[in-house]
Ligand binder design. Structure first.
Ligand code: HEC
Length: 104
């Protein structure tokens, strides 16, 4: 009886703590949302990546660029007037996945 309770308590704890983690996974979908989000990287204007690279236009070679993260941050700090995002963040990994998905 006690054992069952312990098992249940652990199962509930695992579900509770893993839910927010799984929401933090990088994905193409999240990358696309961020690409269209004017608030990305604490942007101070109303531009999003999509304002200039409409639906990823001109990004078909960028996925192979070894400096992709650098270019993304350059455009966040320049055109978006933002602060740049960490290279290993979920946001950066998602943006890279989205841009890589546009490769032709
Ligand atoms: C004001 C317009 C503008 C906005 C907004 C903008 N960019 Fe750019 N971006 C450019 C220009 C201009 C270049 C350099 C010319 C080129 O290579 O297309 C460029 C280049 C790039 C490249 C390199 C392309 C390649 O072929 O290697 C990437 C990647 C990129 N931008 C991503 C982004 C992302 C992600 C955002 C949003 C955070 C963004 N850009 C927002 C204008 C913009």
């Amino acid at each position: 009886m006690k054992k069952n309770f312990l098992f249940l308590a652990i199962a509930v704890a695992v579900m509770f703590f893993s839910a927010p983690l799984s929401a933090e996974e990088a994905s193409v979908e999240l990358g696309q949302k961020l690409f269209n989000n004017p608030g990305l990287g604490a942007s101070k204007n109303d531009k999003s990546c999509n304002s200039c690279h409409e639906n990823g236009k001109g990004m078909d070679k960028a996925g192979k660029n070894p400096e992709l993260a650098l270019m993304i941050n350059k455009c966040i700090k320049g055109p978006l007037q933002g602060e740049g995002i960490s290279e290993d963040s979920v946001a950066m990994r998602s943006l890279k996945l989205y841009i890589q998905s546009l490769a032709k």
